[in-house]
Design a binder for this molecule. Sequence first.
Ligand code: HEM
Length: 376
Amino acid sequence: MNATLRPLLVLLMLLLLLALLPAARAQQAAAPQLPPADFVAPALPKPEESNAERGKTQPGNNAPFWRAVRESGNSEGFTTLPGVEKGVLIQPFVQYPGSRLTTAGEAWREVRNRWILPYGGALLLIVVGAIALFYWRKGVLGGHVPDTGRRVERFTPFERSAHWANAIAFVILGVSGVVMAFGKFFLLPVIGGTLFGWLTYALKTAHNFAGPVFAVSLIVVFLTFVRDNLPRKGDMQWLARFGGLLGEREVPSHRFNAAEKLLFWGGVFVLGAIVVASGLVLDKLIPGLEYTRGDMQLAHIVHALATILMLTAFIGHIYIGTIGMKGAYGAMRTGYVDEAWAQEHHEWWYDDIKAGKIPAQRSRTGENAPQAATQT
Ligand code: HEM
């Protein structure tokens, strides 16, 4: 096996193992229990019929049953919920200032459906549209300095392993999250209720397992890249001129420029911590919490808001890291860049390499250094 791939594989397997153990335990704990033999379901207005009808078009959807529970005003019954909410079928009725009498669950649902989904969805579409417009008008950035054929190492195999473990988990989480949140608007009408039901169930399970992998790899990414993302002289100048990215010549920067540093501190550190913490609550992986419905609703709202912001930030990162900038993807795929790339995009980093302050080859062997080849 290619020696570059070996550490990546080992890291991925380690992360997977770390992630699977608690998640598997949580899944086991959440296995459905049957009600006791003497349990008598509350008399509700025709719940079976309406549930059965709904089940034909949307398998697994038992909304009519819960509507009937709410309308009956009877919130007590048999539940498999442990803890303080044992035996409580639905949350108590509340009246928020300026709103009608409702349950906290219904209020959460309205926040989700009326605020988070429409505004969050619009933000995501606007960002994708803005990037498409930028690509159409400006095309691929970089490529102004001709390649020299001499290579310097930009990312060691360890750095790339950490990055790709995190990026793969992020993509799984992003795709499954978007389908769970918005799929009913763009997928359900196309593939129908049955397939959509199974797909979202599969994606929800994938989301639960990829979450812990993302959490662990995010910490590794943070520790790996924090040093070169500390603020340095010149960052403000870079920001003030937007790096010169729109012009012919980029503003000089060290190994990472000010935009990368902003993404690192805002996206990886702040949003990453919020997304991971709220996600671990939703996965019930933080010991000592009650996990009441109220806790879960709050965690869900925080998680949804932070993930939408994180998605918008990283859609930009993924764009620049793939089709948006010549040579960027090659840096993270092979670990190496042409000296011309280093000089054009990170001039002070290149100067330090030329001056011998930073080694051009940081990992132990250079055996995998690609010889002069066209950068992707
Ligand atoms: C498919 C998804 C992704 C792709 C294609 C991608 C691509 C890239 C590329 C090409 C670079 C090198 C940039 C350079 O040389 O300056 C990079 C750097 C980096 N990426 Fe990603 N990335 C992805 C997802 C992520 C995710 C999800 C995170 C973290 C949440 C992340 C965090 C970083 C960090 C910390 C760096 C180092 C630069 C810095 O500190 O700003 N990436 N990525």
